[in-house]
Design a binder for this molecule. Structure first.
Ligand SMILES: CC(C)(COP(=O)(O)OP(=O)(O)OC[C@H]1O[C@@H](n2cnc3c(N)ncnc32)[C@H](O)[C@@H]1OP(=O)(O)O)[C@@H](O)C(=O)NCCC(=O)NCCS
Length: 207
């Protein structure tokens, strides 16, 4: 595979970069709720994440094409609020498409409520919000490079532990996180009927 370079995306980057993130998201998590809100919504979301003071977006580029990305977040609830306030148009368009779908509204509410869910053990506030590698590039070390870059960024911010929530069916992700040394902290139900695993990854230097 051609060489992969890591780049921190910024809000002012070409829109095409965020559209590529949205395309990869839809490709590797096709059943996810956010995909139902449309590509335009997803692109706006990734553009916001790149510029937010609560998050950062690191992309893997091969021949200047995005082939994977990872998102770190320091405060998910604040990030959601900030996104809603600063992106009224894409949010309104996505919501308009859900007007006749009560189940979709329920999922919006569940997603909004998710950051306040608790387990018996105290969970770190910092988390991996999303992590995707294009199907054609999986299993070649791209995810590993992205994950290491995310850990480095969190360490620079003096973060000691990171929370990772991943769907029970996302087996490639479970294997990946366990190989990286993340510990299973428990399970939560983000959307009714869909259990998610919660991992905690302790960063080098963290007690
Ligand atoms: C989880 C995910 C991001 C990992 O990305 P990836 O690029 O495939 O990760 P890597 O290639 O670094 O590692 C994956 C596997 O390839 C192996 N590998 C890494 N480099 C390799 C190489 N050069 N040659 C062969 N195998 C290699 C790793 O050992 C690992 O093996 P394992 O699955 O048996 O443990 C990717 O599978 C994905 O996008 N999954 C779908 C979305 C998802 O579930 N996201 C998580 C949401 S929280």
């Amino acid at each position: 595979m051609d060489e992969v370079r890591i780049a921190r995306l910024e809000r002012g980057d070409a829109r095409g970069r965020f559209e590529e993130c949205a395309r990869i998201h839809a490709e590797v998590i096709p059943g996810g709720f956010l995909v139902r809100l449309g590509r335009r919504f997803l692109s706006a979301l990734y553009r916001h994440l790149a510029g937010s003071r609560h998050a950062f977006l690191i992309a893997a580029l091969r021949r200047e094409e995005v082939v994977g990305f990872i998102v770190g977040c320091e405060d998910t609830r604040r990030l959601y609020r900030e996104f809603l306030l600063r992106n009224p148009f894409p949010v309104a368009c996505a919501m308009a498409g859900l007007v006749f779908s009560p189940s979709a509204w329920k999922r919006v509410y569940e997603t909004w409520r998710y950051p306040s869910q608790k387990l018996e053990v105290e969970l770190p506030g910092n988390e991996i919000l999303n992590f995707c590698v294009a199907t054609k590039c999986q299993g070649k070390g791209v995810g590993g490079i992205l994950f290491d870059a995310l850990c480095e960024e969190f360490q620079q911010r003096e973060v000691k532990e990171v929370r990772i929530v991943t769907g029970c069916e996302q087996e490639s992700a479970h294997r990946f996180y366990e190989a990286k040394g993340a510990l299973l902290a428990g399970e939560i139900t983000v959307h009714s009927g869909a259990v998610s695993r919660v991992y905690v990854h302790r960063l080098a230097g963290g007690e």
